[in-house]
Every structure is written in C-alpha cells, then in structure tokens.
Design a protein around this ligand. Structure first.
Ligand code: ADP
Ligand code: MG
Length: 728
C-alpha cells in the first residue's frame, strides 16, 4: 500500500543475529599494521626507518619505502588482501578511497603481485570532483595523496573483500592542502613546538608534546524500512516535517533504560569491526532522546583519534545496513528532540608521561598546570570567533543558536573551585611581589580537583567548552563533523597563545624578574584579559544571551556569517604564522564552507517543496474527498447539517492549511530562483539562509505538521515521529 505500512509490517522480521563471543583483547588491532606486526614483517633497517619517521615526521627514502611496501604487502596478503588503497579525508566530509590491485603484468608478460615504494608514498586519485575552493584551478589541475606514516596502515574488510588502506594526506601539486588531515598535522606540530618551549620552564626533560583527543559520538538509530519511506531522511539526513509524538523525551526514560535488543546487536557488530581496526571503544549507552545513543573510545593522540572517528562513522553506516537499520549522524534529525554532538575531549601530553592539564601535587607542577590551563582559556577567549567557525555547518546550525538549542556563544566553564583559584591569583599577585614573597607561588590547588570535577556535581552540561578535571571538553562540535576541523583550530590557537606567553615571560625575565614570579605575573595578566569568556551558569538560558552580549562575546547564529572569521586579517595572520594555512588555503576553506552550506540548504528546500506537493497535498486531497463524499451521502440520506459539522470544520481547516502551504512553497521556489542568480558565494549563502531557509522552512513545516494531525492516519504515507523514534 505504502512504504510506511510495509515498513511497519516488516519490522517484526528484521532481527539480525550476531555472534560476538570473542574477548576484545583477542581481536584488538588484528587488522592494523602495528609496531609488533611491523617488527615481524620488516627488516631491522626498514623497521627503524619507519619508526624514526613516525617520531620525527621525516621523509622516508625510496629504497626504504620499497622495503616497507613489500612488508606491508606480505602482511596484507597473509590476510587474503588483493587490493590496496590510499585512504584520505577530502573536504566533502566522507572518506575517500580508490582501490588498485597488487596484480600487474611485467614487460615480458609474466603476471605478478607487486606493491612498490612509489605506490606507497604517493598516488594520484582522480580528484577533480573533490572540493578545492578554487585551489586546484588557480595552481595546478591535480592533487595527490601522500602517505602519513604517523597513522598505521590497516586492512578494511568489506563484505567478502579486504583492502589494505594507507592513511594519507591530500594536497595539490603546489602543496596546498585539500583535506582535513594535512592542516591538522601542521597544527599539531605548531602546538608541539610551542608547548615544549613553555613546558621547559618547568622540566627540561620534556622534548615532545602531543595533543590528545577522546571523542564522544552521539547518533540516532532507526529502522531502514521506515528510513526508506522518508525521502527527507534519505536526501537530507534529517526530517524536514513531522509532528511531535504524544510521547517525546519528557520522561527521559530512554536515558536510563536498557539498550533495545536490535540496536544492541548492531552495536556489538560495529564494535567488533572497530576493535579489529584498533579503535579503542570503551563506552556505549543510550542518550537522552529516544532512539539516540553514544559511544566513546579511550583517548588517543589527536591525529590517530581523528582517523579512528572518521573510520568509525564509515563502519557504523555500513554495519547498520546489515541489521536493516540506519544510523543518523545528522546534528538534528528530529525537531523538538535533542540533537547530536561529538564532544571533543582534549588535552596535551608530554613525552615524560605528564598530562599538562592535570592539576599537580606540588606547587611547581601546579604552576605548570595553571600555565597551560590559563593559556587555553586565553586562546579560546582571543579566538572564539575562529573556534566558532571551525564547527559551523548547515547541519550544526539546527543544533546551535536555533530554537530549543544552546546558543552559538563560545564560553568556558571551569567549575567553582578553579574559578576561585583564578580570582585569588588575580587579587594576590601584585606589582610589588618579589622573590621574598614566596607564599604566592605555593598556589595550593586542591588535591582533589579532578575528583571534584569528575564527580558530576560540578560539571556544567550546558557549556560549549568545559574543563572536566584533567581535560577540556569542546562540546559544540557537530555529530557528523570531522573532528579535525575543530582540532586544527584549537591546537593552533593554543600554540599561538603559548608562543606569546613565552615571549611575555621572557621579557620579564630579561628585565630581572625571577622565573616563577614572571610566570605568575603573566598568568595574572592573562586571567584579567580573558575572564569575560568564563561562565558558570546555565548556557541554555535566555539571560545568558543577554549577559554575553553585555560582555561583548560574539553570538553568530548562522554558518554563512560564522565562516567570516576564517578570513579576517587576524585569522590569516594566526594561521600563517603557525604555518597551518596560508592565505589562499584559508580563502579556499571559506569558499568550500559556503558552497557546502548553499548545497545543503538548496537540497533541503527542494525536498521540502517536492514533499509538500507530491506527498502532503495528495494526502490532504484524498482525505478531503472522503469527507466530501461522506457529507454528500449524509445530505442525500436527508440528514440535517448538524450531523456533519465536524466533517465540514475539518474540511475547512484542511483547505486553509493546503492553500497557505501551496502559497509558501511557490514563494520559496521564487526566492530560490533569485538566490541562484547571485554570483558571489558569500552573498549567495547569506541569501539562502535569510531569504530561503529562515522565512520559509519553519512556516511550511508548521502547515504540514498541522495537516498531519488532521488527515486520516492511513492516508499519511510518511512514517510519523512515533514510528521513527519508538519502533525498532
Ligand atoms: P565523561 O564523563 O564525559 O563521559 P570520561 O572520563 O568517560 O568522561 O571521558 C570522556 C572521554 O574523554 C573519553 O574518550 C576519554 O578517553 C577522554 N579523555 C580522558 N582523559 C583525556 C585526556 N587527558 N585527553 C583527551 N581525552 C581524554
Ligand atoms: Mg562528556
């Protein structure tokens, strides 16, 4: 009859059984070219060369590359692999791969299996269709992928086939980055340098600092049959219509409930694939909204963590289909229901095994902690606009700054205790302080800060950037985003701030100040200049928006405007100085961000128009005819008008909604036509936002959702919210 009712009927037979009885340690990393495997498959020489390149980022020479490629092939073939692929993360937002076989034919006609160093180090994917923001046009027609040895190769099993995947960066021939990873690696290097310099004030043994990242991935899971009956989910990843179900998330019973069996089978299945690929998943649970879930790994070095997150998103999408389920990674798939984010837990770790954001036990280590803690706050304060731009997308706009969503204001939560510590420093560190005044240096940070904060009593859930005991948690990142975007910016702004900190402290030392005192002075100065970004209250409240405005904190609600922060003189200087992006690359990112935004809104607008005309209107008309026939019949049977008052009323209401709906759709299409004529990308994006999306999407939805309540349920072919959210 309709896909909706077919899907509901098929639900009962959709169960898929999985066997996962193995211990995790028995399979963990079995498809990864780990150090242990490398030792087994590489000569001593090749192993050393690979290792030193991982540690120092140095290039591997050709002869070594040949040896490593041979070792990789031997290992992969031992797992039945016949093809290899450079695996990369273009700016389209998904991962890309092009499979080549090891098989080739020699000049004399002999067929052989071969994988040489050149093929390992560099490839040329047919890249013309990946977004480049004009870069390849301006510079070179082509781009290439280059091996990133810092992320280990892995074997991806898809169906019956397996492929050796080589993690790579994607750059143009003139060196401009075209992907998410190349700038991330540069930002991590900038942070490493800056953080080592500063940490050497406290410990000369520190020679390396890495950023650590633990992401928490939220997602929805729904039945695939129901999904297929919703063209909006299929094409936009979110529902553009749908009346709120009688039962929503008010009861919050899903959060505490047990995981539904069908979803549980799916989780165990994707977890097993993840474990084989060395993704250290640790937690799984229900989230607040019905049908919403979360998983999180143990944190890792940021570059690897980013690869693992993108890999996992791919795996989840793929595995879900085996279970006749669909994963929704969209930031806001359902109106009126919580959205999904991807909290980025971030810190810095030294080669000496110290977490630089963990409060210490002695005054000296506390001073080190305070240094990195305050520098991070200052970085977020000084560059909150760039940080906001790093998480901007059409999808995330539905989650930030929209109704029923936290505002798009970047503020930092540090908890009452640390807020007090900072206030103390502010009032007690004075100009006159000299080396005889040692008491101030003995900043007594409560030994139990981590416990204090880890204990949920002092953990504000509404803050977009929160200190949670021994790490910061950037919560404004969208669930479908590539974390590299946010991580590139965060690491760059902290690097920049630390560099400035070093200069400021050195200046004071040169003028004769004792090191610790100089550090305290600069810390105090930074607290004063950035404290307006600190906020301990309810970040979702209206009063905060007002308060933030008074404080002069930016609150940019839409992507086209938020992206402006990427191309300000300040941003250009920031990224150029730290060698993360040059000006052209920034312009290109800006352009690509805007283009993506335009496309998303364009597609949504088309889907809204098409569904209104070809699904909603016919349903309304069918029901109206039924009512009309009914009334006619009653009249003919001699019934009085009072017998069909309800019917008449409903018909009138339906007519009203249908007329307004038709009118709005027509106007929206006209507005789109006007937008399409605009040449300038930024202006076009702004027009799509303020002339198409804002004036029409919600208004059209309002009419459709009203009709959903009026029209006979069996005439309504789009699965309803209650089915999408509660049937599994
Ligand atoms: P929550 O209560 O927010 O779930 P968890 O302790 O479970 O907090 O941690 C959430 C994420 O933060 C996990 O992925 C965890 O590995 C990660 N994490 C913990 N410590 C660090 C750190 N030093 N750097 C980066 N991420 C970390
Ligand atoms: Mg968390």
């Amino acid at each position: 009859m309709s896909l909706r009712f077919d899907a509901i009927n098929n639900l009962l037979t959709s169960e898929v059984n999985v066997e996962c009885s193995k211990k995790i340690t028995a399979i963990f990393g079995e498809n990864v070219f780990t150090q242990k495997v490398a030792r087994q498959f590489l000569s001593e020489e090749a192993f050393k060369s690979l290792n030193s390149s991982i540690k120092s980022g140095q290039k591997i020479d050709r002869s070594m590359a040949n040896q490593i490629a041979n070792g990789l092939r031997a290992w992969a073939e031992s797992k039945g692999v016949t093809h290899y692929s450079h695996w990369f993360q273009p700016l389209t937002g998904t991962t890309a791969e092009k499979h080549d076989s090891f098989f080739t034919i020699k000049n004399d006609g002999t067929p052989i299996e071969q994988f040489d160093g050149d093929a390992l180090i560099q490839q040329e994917p047919d890249a013309s269709s990946f977004p480049s923001g004009g870069l390849r046009v301006t510079f070179e027609a082509r781009g290439y992928t280059a091996w990133d040895p810092s992320s280990p190769a892995f074997v991806m099993e898809i169906g019956q086939g397996s492929t050796l995947c080589i993690p790579t960066i994607f750059v143009s021939y003139t060196g401009e980055s075209l992907d998410y990873k190349a700038p991330l690696l540069k930002a991590l290097e900038a942070l490493n340098k800056a953080a080592v310099d500063v940490s050497n004030y406290f410990d000369k043994n520190i020679t390396n600092v890495t950023a650590t990242l633990g992401w928490e991935q939220e997602y929805f899971v729904i039945d695939e049959g129901l999904y297929n009956a919703r063209p909006d989910l299929l094409l936009c990843g979110r529902t553009v219509f749908g009346h709120a179900p009688a039962k929503g998330q008010q009861l919050e019973d899903h959060y505490f409930g047990s995981i539904p069996e069908r979803v549980y089978a799916f989780m165990r299945d994707y977890e097993e694939e993840a474990y084989k690929l060395g993704i250290p998943l640790r937690t799984r649970h229900n989230e607040v909204a019905p049908a919403q879930f979360e998983c999180a790994p143990i944190y890792e070095e940021a570059n690897l963590a980013v690869d693992h997150n993108t890999l996992l998103m791919d795996i989840m999408n793929r595995v879900a289909r085996r279970h006749n389920l669909r994963v929704l990674l969209h930031e806001k798939p359902f109106a009126g229901i919580n959205g999904s984010g991807k909290h980025n837990n971030w810190s810095m770790a030294t080669n000496t095994g110290v977490n630089l954001l963990a409060p210490g036990k002695t005054p000296k280590t506390n001073l080190m902690f305070l240094t990195f803690f305050v520098n991070t706050i200052k970085a977020v304060h000084d560059y909150s606009d760039v940080l906001r731009a790093s998480i901007a997308s059409a999808q995330n706009d539905y989650r930030l700054g929209a109704n029923e969503a936290p505002p798009a204001i970047i503020s930092v939560f540090i908890g009452q205790y640390l807020a007090k510590v900072l206030q103390d420093i502010k009032s007690r560190v004075t100009e006159k302080m000299d080396e005889t005044d040692e008491s101030m240096l003995k900043i007594d940070i409560h030994k139990s800060i981590p416990e204090l904060l880890l204990d949920n009593t002092d953990r504000n859930r509404t803050s977009p950037f929160a200190f949670t005991g021994n790490k910061f948690e950037f919560r404004a990142v969208g669930s479908s985003a590539n974390c590299a975007s946010a991580m590139t910016v965060l690491n760059t702004i902290v690097a920049e701030t630390l560099k400035q900190f070093k200069k400021d402290v050195d200046t004071l030392i040169e003028s004769g100040e004792k090191k610790e005192i100089a550090i305290m002075h600069v810390i105090r100065e930074y607290i004063v200049s950035s404290e307006k970004v600190l906020f301990e209250g309810d970040g979702y409240s209206q009063s905060w928006e007002k308060e933030a405005e008074k404080r002069g904190l930016p609150n940019v609600k839409t992507t086209p405007l938020a992206l402006d922060a990427l191309v300000t003189p300040k941003a250009k200087s920031l990224f150029e100085k730290n060698e993360v992006y040059n000006q052209d690359e920034l312009e290109a990112r800006h352009e690509i961000g805007l283009e993506k935004y335009i496309k998303k809104v364009q597609i949504e607008s088309r889907v809204i128009g098409e569904l209104s005309t070809s699904h909603i209107l016919p349903a309304a008309v069918r029901y109206q005819n039924m009512l009309a026939n009914n009334i006619k019949g009653l009249k003919e049977a001699g019934m009085e008008e009072s017998a069909y008052v309800s019917q008449t009323q409903i018909m009138t209401k339906i007519s009203e909604h249908v007329n307004i709906l038709g009118d709005l759709v027509k106007k929206m299409i006209d507005a789109r036509k006007v937008c399409n004529k605009i040449e300038d990308t930024r202006e076009k994006a702004i027009a799509y936002c303020y002339q198409v999306k804002e004036p029409f999407f919600d208004k059209i939805r309002y009419r459709v959702d009203k009709l959903e309540l009026l029209v006979d349920d069996k005439e309504w072919y789009l699965p309803k919210y209650r089915e999408l959210l509660f049937l599994r």
